[in-house]
Design a protein around this ligand. Structure first.
Ligand SMILES: Nc1ncnc2c1ncn2[C@@H]1O[C@H](COP(=O)(O)OP(=O)(O)OP(=O)(O)O)[C@@H](O)[C@H]1O
Ligand SMILES: [Mg+2]
Length: 310
């Protein structure tokens, strides 16, 4: 069983527009509403690949059925901690050129009792699992050191932790050396305080994270591909796609593939291949944060892998 911590469950709205002009009225061409949040994306893609997975996150009365139904249909065991407040909304606006503008809601403010309910579920999840994914932002009320504390708990339990988060959450988590961290281009640039704009720079940054004690840093660079490092070496991987529809959530799907690859004991390059195929599968479909097994299987052989010797 893999456990995914995705506390800040969201309701995703993907809206297509002719054009987006600040300060002006735009009419939606169509709109899709679906359960979201980075942890939920990771969990449903892990399940699609055929591994047992549970997701721990918030749920509100208005969306309990919608989220529960989708998680059930997709084979995710969902532990929803119910709150009276509304879940956050994440809006992705896509104009006719394909460009996407995202507006990410903050999430409800939790009191100590609600926080403790999530943390209790986390501790039970660690007992159930050898791999624990900490993914995405947190509802308000938690300190920015919370992922560091959770990652330390996972490590002290002799389990492996994978962290995908931005800003201070990631900075603090790095201090306890999670097994995997998965920054994207913006996040790694922020972490290092210097532009990481190509795969060579990503290789150098990933190696630096490895030297700081992260067993398997994975840096994802959008269309450029991704880089992974562990004690066995350094690999980069990419795939060329001609019909990209929606890349939002590709990093979540990449992390799902990496998690499954680790669970299956694959060598580093095959872990990265699976991750990149999942990221690409997400990019080719309209839906945010989901990769089907058929699509991943079709794309995996097309991933170009390169070992970096020096
Ligand atoms: N346009 C693309 N063409 C080919 N592969 C892509 C493309 N976009 C994403 N990918 C694949 O998906 C992986 C993850 O994408 P990206 O680096 O954009 O993640 P991210 O910014 O963390 O996304 P999110 O946080 O929205 O899930 C990339 O490393 C790459 O392998
Ligand atoms: Mg990401």
């Amino acid at each position: 069983m893999i456990t995914v911590i995705g506390f800040n469950t969201a309701i995703d709205r993907f809206i297509r527009l002719d054009s987006l002009r600040p300060g002006e009225v735009s009419r939606a061409l169509d709109e899709q509403v679906s359960p979201g949040g980075k942890g939920l994306h990771v969990a449903q893609t892990i399940a699609a690949l055929g591994e047992r997975v549970q997701l721990i996150g918030l749920v509100d009365p208005a969306h309990r059925n919608m989220i529960g139904r989708q998680m059930c249909e997709r084979g995710v065991l969902f532990h929803g901690i119910e709150i009276a407040d509304s879940l956050r909304t994440c809006i992705a606006l896509q104009d006719a050129t394909g460009q996407i503008t995202e507006i990410l809601g903050q999430g409800p403010l939790l009191d100590v009792t609600q926080q403790e309910a999530l943390l209790r579920a986390f501790r039970r999840g660690v007992e159930d699992s050898d791999l624990i994914v900490l993914s995405g932002s947190l509802p308000r009320g938690f300190e920015s050191t919370i992922y560091a504390e959770l990652a330390a708990h996972v490590r002290d339990a002799g389990k492996r932790c994978l962290v995908d988060a931005g800003g201070a959450l990631m900075r603090h988590a790095l201090e306890v050396q999670p097994f995997v961290v998965k920054p994207n281009r913006d996040e790694i640039t922020e972490l290092f305080g210097r532009p990481i704009a190509d795969l060579d720079a990503a290789v150098a940054a990933a190696r630096e994270l490895h030297a700081r004690g992260v067993a398997m840093p994975v840096v994802s660079m959008g269309a450029l591909g991704a880089v992974a490092v562990d004690d066995s070496g350094t690999w980069r991987a990419a795939i060329e796609l001609s019909d990209v529809r929606n890349t939002v959530g590709s990093g979540d799907c990449l992390l799902a593939g990496v998690t499954v690859g680790i669970a299956r004991g694959l060598p580093l390059e095959e872990i990265l291949r699976l991750g990149v195929a999942c990221g690409a599968a997400n990019a080719l479909a309209e839906e945010t944060g989901y990769a089907t097994r058929a699509s991943v299987n079709a794309l995996a052989p097309q991933v170009r892998l390169q070992r970096i010797e020096f």
